[in-house]
Design a protein. Sequence first.
Length: 225
Amino acid sequence: MKLLLVEDEPALRSTLLEALRQGGYVVEVAPGFDQAYEKIKLYRYDCILLDLTLPDGNGLDLLRALKADGSTAGVLIITARDAIEDKVAGLDLGADDYLIKPFHLSELNARLRAIIRRRQFQGQHHIVFRDLLVWPEQAEVLVRGESVPLTRKEYDLLLYLLANPGRILTKEAIAEHLCGDTVDTADSFDFIYTHLKNLRRKLQDKGADNYIRTMYGVGYKLSSE
Ligand code: CA
């Protein structure tokens, strides 16, 4: 799951960044309006944590820009302002939820999980695909009841495929999703091949064969047969 954290307060930003990365998210940061605007124009995110009061602009304008672009990213507003108008305006503009600072990290995590579940898996707590059963909140994957031990990246890759059933995902899109903006492209393609190979092998070991199809020269997709 790839997040964009838009927050101008350095201490809060680094606390959140560390906590979210520990929670297994790929996180990019934007300390102000302009950087955030550039990122949302260039990249896709599963969810955006959006501070409204930025030194160089208003977070609500970022939300407007996202919606105008038809973005499917979830938006969680994080703001110190408890003015009711801001919350209402944010929700009216299509934000999924909001948190008033200060908040507990456990609450942030719970709301993020709920947003991602709503956005990507129709509110389901678990995902079923052929013989696969996935519990996203526990990051647990089962094939016909047998647990499949995956690394965090293998798991993220599988979840990304499951969130896009029937769609071909290019290796560029996968690299961006798994690595964010921290890895250069040539390295990240090798990295993807390795994780794909391992994920396929682990699924195959449990009897889930040919779930991930290679579309030569294009990318990868989940195979429903
Ligand atoms: Ca702020």
